[in-house]
Design a protein around this ligand. Structure first.
Ligand code: BGC
Length: 423
């Protein structure tokens, strides 16, 4: 099948090969019918056609844009309460019917509906229908994690000669911002209509000293669902004192649309020559290791389940894949291809581009099939995370790209999730 057909040289050609080039059927239909209508109406005379075409050229783009906005309002509704505080959920829909629901609690993606190759829309992220389920405790489903996504060793770091102690909420380490990270707060939201698509800008102000971090951090995440079928996630933050910052989205993808199926048959490509091996508590040991001849080489498309149980020290430490890949970059912070994930059965394919230096691929090893929240059961490896972010434990690893934000500077990062279909 075209998805994994070999024959081209070099890893990047394989990466590009996995990117779906097939036109999407639902787009063809939409475009075809509009053009057809215009052409049929105006065949009376050549002169008249020319006038109509001229008028259409001027008016059509605006009319199309206006009708797109009119048909795709951002809908807002109540999603429950945390104590006295209301939580809202926003629904963003694009020109082709792709739908993202985002709640203000944790600025989290609750559901994401995209079409399979037959044009059938299904939810492709793990999530719940009720807020109570999230409040009962879930492992960061769809959430915006911060102030520092991923682990900080011993929950401790030194900055400008002063040491800071964070809560240890993952064995000896601090994970995803500590005991109450950004995923467990209500963000304020503002909806915005843009030319590219509907957007939601969420803001959270983290007080100085919250979870042990210095400086008051004002963080924004903007989700924009574009009419070209991508969800663009942009982060910005400013601080009143130097602090580590690492913001990331923690969606668990299951492109099959059947959230009870495992992700082991999915095909993954990661644009990285190196990864950061870890110790027994999943803290990088400081080495950037080549993926060549290891189970971590995803430069060519690989079926995830094929090597996940290999007798490999790193896979054993991670209980599967739970590692950071060092993304190949032409220059730091360039928006470049990070990964492509494809579900051969449904034909859904996800292309991820990012300005971030790293990608944490976590294969859902700690999903244990126990009922969570509303009683829904998410079984072992039925979702996987592809978290674009800085490397774990960077505040303690001077050789890693810096995660320190200083007053007067703006933290910014961008990740694009493009939804495609392969034949
Ligand atoms: C980490 C996993 C962790 C999961 C849920 C991922 O980002 O890499 O080790 O279990 O988040 O907490």
């Amino acid at each position: 099948m075209p998805l994994i057909a070999g024959g081209l040289e070099g890893p990047s050609s394989y990466l590009l090969r996995q990117i779906a080039t097939a036109a999407q059927p639902w787009q063809d239909i939409a475009l075809g019918s509009s053009n057809g209508r215009i052409m049929r109406k105006h065949t009376v005379s050549l002169a008249l056609s020319a006038v109509v075409c001229l008028v259409a050229a001027v008016v059509w783009p605006r009319a199309a844009l206006a009708s797109e906005s009119a048909h795709r309002p951002i809908e807002k509704s109540s999603f429950g309460r945390v104590g006295n505080d209301a939580v809202e959920i926003y629904t963003l829909t694009n020109a082709h019917g792709i739908e993202a629901r985002i709640m203000t609690y944790g600025a989290a993606i609750v559901s994401l509906k995209t079409p399979d190759r037959a044009g059938r829309f299904q939810n492709i992220v793990l999530g719940f229908d009720t807020l109570d389920a999230y409040l009962a405790g879930v492992p960061y489903f769809g959430a915006s994690v911060g102030r520092y996504a991923n682990r900080i060793a011993d929950g401790r770091f030194t900055l400008d000669g002063k040491s800071y102690q964070l809560p240890k909420n993952d064995g000896p380490n601090s994970l995803h911002g500590g005991a109450r990270g950004f995923d467990k707060h209500i963000w304020t939201a503002e909806s915005i209509q843009t030319r590219q698509g509907a957007a939601l800008r969420l803001t959270y102000v983290s007080a100085a000293g919250e979870e042990g971090y210095p400086g008051r951090l004002t963080a924004h995440v903007t989700y924009r669902l574009d009419h070209d079928d991508s969800l663009v996630i942009e982060y910005q933050a400013v601080t009143t004192a130097p602090t580590p910052v690492n913001l990331a989205n923690h969606a668990y993808f299951n492109l099959s649309g059947d959230l009870q199926r495992t992700i082991l048959d999915d095909v993954l490509t990661i644009n990285a020559d190196l990864f950061t091996p870890v110790n027994a508590t999943l803290i990088p040991i400081g080495e950037l290791r080549s993926v060549t001849n290891t189970s971590f080489d995803f430069r060519k498309p690989q079926v995830i389940g094929r090597r996940i149980n290999d007798k490999d020290e790193q896979l054993q430490l991670g209980h599967g894949y739970d590692h950071n890949w060092v993304l190949n970059k032409t220059r730091p912070e360039a928006l470049t291809l990070a990964a492509v994930l494809t579900d051969p059965d449904s034909g859904r394919s996800l292309e991820i581009r990012t300005t971030q230096p790293g990608l944490q691929f976590y294969s859902g090893n700690f999903l244990d099939g126990k009922p969570s929240g509303g009683g829904t059961v998410f079984k072992y490896r039925t979702g996987l995370c592809l978290e674009t972010q800085h490397f774990p434990d960077s505040p303690n690893q001077p050789a890693f790209p810096s995660t320190i934000l200083r007053p007067g500077k703006m933290y910014s990062a961008k990740t694009e999730l493009a939804f495609r279909v392969v034949k």
